[in-house]
Design a protein around this ligand. Structure first.
Ligand SMILES: Cc1cc2nc3c(=O)[nH]c(=O)nc-3n(C[C@H](O)[C@H](O)[C@H](O)COP(=O)(O)O)c2cc1C
Length: 95
């Protein structure tokens, strides 16, 4: 039988709700992609040019979880919010 996991990053809960629904309906494993330093509301203020989310585009964001062994899965969903027309930096760290 093929094995599937839903992975996701969510700062304010929208992606989390979708990921949990998908994992529940498809009966898959689920893994939250978490930063070592959690995001505060100030961190994700997109209107502030100096907010963490706006400046970290140039940096690596350290992930807090153990690496996922992709050999365990046939299908891997990756859920994330769009930040400035692309994936948040933490998704690139996860990859
Ligand atoms: C720093 C930042 C940049 C964003 N950039 C975009 C964008 O380019 N396009 C867009 O449609 N939404 C953008 N958004 C809105 C988020 O994608 C949207 O609120 C999303 O539902 C949040 O998901 P979450 O609750 O799982 O964190 C941005 C939000 C933040 C915090």
């Amino acid at each position: 039988m093929s094995k599937t996991i839903v992975t996701y990053f969510s700062a304010t809960g929208t992606t989390r709700r979708v990921a949990e629904k998908l994992a529940q309906e498809k009966q898959t494993d689920i893994l939250e992609i978490k930063p070592v330093i959690p995001y505060t509301n100030e961190d994700i203020n997109w209107q502030d040019h100096e907010s963490r989310a706006n400046v970290e585009g140039r940096d690596q964001v350290e992930v807090a979880m153990e690496p996922l062994d992709i050999r365990d899965y046939d299908d891997i969903y990756v859920g994330f919010p769009i930040w400035w027309y692309t994936a948040p930096r933490i998704i690139f760290s996860f990859f």
